[in-house]
Design a protein around this ligand. Structure first.
Ligand code: FAD
Length: 411
């Protein structure tokens, strides 16, 4: 009997453990180590921010999402020792034959000079709730939304956030009293997705009167005078500040020999294998360069997105099973990704395409409409539903919804 340990029970960890369980559960041991007992669905933080959801609606017990023959360990991983094939959590030690690292990305707002608790973010559950109250109490002025550095999770999310805030303030009847600005160090919106999507998103932002400022690297914040300082640019005054904080690998990885020069884990882009035998890294923690994309002088990375964590989990689980069975582990990851991009007014666009496309990613945007918004809601409902109900209860709902929006739903 082999032991497969999955560390991190977010999107990638959940899908990997369930996929392994479907294929070899019972015959082999599957252990999932996760520090939180509850799972929150990050894409819904945007709806928490604009009041379409409350915290309870988007947070469920982790256990409810996992198949029965997965052993769940509720602990923080403190060390990985590939030479001994062990993972440590405080004083406990677990031995593995195969290890899947799915620890995601941590937020490090404290890295922003001048940051304090008055600076908002919708990148956490608590942050999105707090921002909702702030938006409710906002009576007008300058809203600044700042992408502080790259890489960051879900390249669409800051733009979706800006559009949902615009919609929220419009429905509050104060849109004309508000100026909304989105700042980013990037040269265009979503450069990781290529020029076509970037131009499409820019034109939607323009239509909504959201000012877009590219090539703006945040230097520091003064929360007393309410000013933003961008490197080499004039200071910018704000009334409400929302920041996408810097991201970093969790401490256990930063202190390990897995970490690369950019602070993440190098993997084989097709198999997600790390430099250590039978150890894989998937999702936000993995570092995969995009062919031909540089910024400014470093290669751009495949976006940190749930859709890729999900696809990579399938590849890794299949290859582990094949290795255990003595078969050729030849399943390969290809970066065909998609995202329903929320645009406010219960409308969304559908971005899809090849992120490994050359000479740059080939990601397109389908016409904004209500169908894609419904698609995103359906996906949320499916993801958060208990594992025991997922297949039966949502089969028809998803099939109907899938037909409606023109995507064949595979369960
Ligand atoms: C506002 C927002 C909107 C988003 N919208 C989308 C979207 O529309 N589409 C999309 O594809 N993606 C979206 N994303 C991105 C998506 O949520 C992430 O890319 C995805 O969750 C990554 O999966 P992961 O498994 O790599 O990491 P995570 O899902 O973050 O899971 C990592 C897990 O590891 C655990 N962990 C960390 N350190 C330890 C430790 N030392 N010991 C034990 N456990 C540990 C964490 O608690 C966490 O549960 C969005 C993200 C945000 C913030």
């Amino acid at each position: 009997m082999k032991t497969i340990i999955v560390i991190g029970g977010g999107v990638g960890g959940i899908v990997t453990a369930n996929e392994l369980s479907s294929q070899i559960g019972g015959d082999h041991k599957i252990i999932l180590i996760e520090k939180n007992k509850e799972h929150s669905f990050a894409p819904s933080f945007l709806w928490l921010m604009n009041g379409d959801r409350n915290e309870k609606q988007i947070r469920v017990p982790l256990k409810s999402l996992l198949k029965k023959n997965i052993e769940i360990v509720n602990a923080t991983v403190s060390e990985i020792v590939p030479a001994e094939k062990t993972v440590k959590t405080g004083d406990k030690e677990y031995r593995y034959d195969f290890l899947v690292i799915a620890l995601g990305a941590d937020l490090a707002p404290e890295k922003i000079q001048g940051w304090d608790n008055s600076v908002h973010t919708f990148y956490t559950l608590e942050g999105a709730s707090k921002l909702h109250h702030a938006l409710n109490n906002f009576s007008g002025g300058k809203v600044a939304l700042v992408i502080s550095s790259m890489p960051y999770k879900c390249p669409g999310a800051p733009h979706e956030g800006a559009m949902l805030i615009e919609d929220f303030l419009k429905s509050k009847g104060i849109r004309e009293k508000v100026e909304i600005s989105l700042f980013t160090p990037e040269p265009q919106p979503l450069p990781v997705a290529g020029p076509e999507l970037g131009n499409a998103v820019k034109s939607i932002l323009d239509q909504k009167g959201i000012q877009f400022y590219p090539s703006m690297q945040l230097g520091s914040v003064d929360t007393t005078s309410k000013q933003l300082f961008f490197n080499g640019k004039e200071p910018f005054d704000y009334d409400l500040l929302i920041v996408i904080p810097p991201h970093q690998a969790p401490e256990v990885i930063r202190q390990s020999d897995f970490v690369n020069a950019n602070g993440w884990i190098d993997v084989n882009p097709q198999t997600l294998e790390t430099k250590h035998e039978n150890v894989f890294a998937i999702g936000d923690i993995a570092s995969i360069p995009l062919p031909g994309r540089w910024f400014p002088d470093k290669p751009m990375m495949l976006p940190k997105a749930g859709v890729f964590a999900h696809l990579q989990s399938d590849v890794v689980a299949k290859n582990i099973v094949r290795k255990i069975k003595g078969e050729k582990a030849d399943e390969k990851f290809c970066a065909d990704g998609y995202c329903m991009l929320e645009a406010g007014e219960d409308l969304a666009g559908f971005a899809y395409g090849d992120f490994f496309g050359e000479p740059h990613p080939q990601v397109h945007l389908k016409q904004i409409g209500w169908k894609w918004h419904i698609g995103k809601v359906l996906f949320e409902k499916w993801w958060l539903s208990p594992i025991s109900l997922k297949k039966e209860f949502y089969k028809n709902l998803l099939k109907t919804g899938g037909k409606l929006i023109g995507i064949p739903v595979k369960l």
